[in-house]
Design a protein around this ligand. Structure first.
Ligand SMILES: O=C([C@H](O)CO)[C@H](O)[C@H](O)COP(=O)(O)O
Length: 210
């Protein structure tokens, strides 16, 4: 099981400082959607150049023009790029085809997918690399999490790796680990802590035990 740090509320210098603090305890660093909106794909490029040994995920949440947007993120140095599960099949297939040309991976974010089990089965058959259940910030504000959705996709996904994101903290991590995703994505659960390094270290210790 791997750990991904999601960076959402920082600028590029802030991202570099934060990653430097916790790099030894994470497997993947995510350049979050708000960072891409604020800073552009330059954030992906600069983080990849500064931390070449870390995999970098560009959380573009692609909804259209899958091939073109994956091409641009790949050129910026992203190793993994996100596409929305609610987007058209052709968008997801275009994203996968482009990613394969560059040796990159696609994660499908299932945020707001209504029939999660059926859609996960379909998307898995397209050959994506990761399928991620996700309670976004707005869902979290309503007190929701994605634990049941993770169990649902694990029933049907045969080839993709599974991931979970949204509001995961040190105290809820054991429950997440119990549901056996391949990848755990944590943003505020690390970035919002006074001691980010020791929190990331403890999270890494817990996910590595599985
Ligand atoms: O994808 C995310 C969200 O939609 C904002 O862009 C976050 O990166 C994801 O939810 C993980 O962050 P936390 O919920 O703070 O753990």
């Amino acid at each position: 099981m791997e750990l991904q740090l999601a960076l959402d509320l920082v600028d590029i210098p802030g991202a570099k400082q934060l990653v430097a603090e916790v790099a030894e305890h994470i497997d993947i660093v995510e350049i979050g959607t708000p960072v891409v909106i604020n800073e552009g794909l330059r954030a992906v490029k600069e983080i990849k150049e500064a931390f070449p040994n870390l995999r970098v995920l560009a959380d573009l949440k692609i909804m259209d023009a899958g091939g073109y947007e994956v091409m641009k993120a790949s050129e910026a140095g992203a190793d993994i790029i996100t596409v929305l599960g609610v987007s058209d099949d052709s968008t997801i297939k275009g994203a996968i085809a482009e990613a394969r040309k560059h040796g990159k991976k696609i994660m499908v974010d299932m945020i707001n997918v209504k029939d999660i089990e059926d859609r996960a089965r379909e998307i898995d058959a397209f050959g994506v690399d990761y399928i991620c259940v996700h309670s976004g910030y707005d869902h979290q504000a309503d007190g929701k999490n994605s634990f049941e959705e993770l169990a649902a996709i694990k029933r049907v996904v045969k080839q993709a790796q599974t991931a979970i994101a949204g509001g995961i903290k040190l105290d809820t991590l054991p429950e997440v680990i119990g549901a056996k995703p391949d990848l755990v994505i944590v943003g505020g659960g690390i970035t919002g802590q006074a001691d980010k390094k020791s929190t990331a270290a403890e999270m890494k210790r817990l996910v590595s035990g599985v």
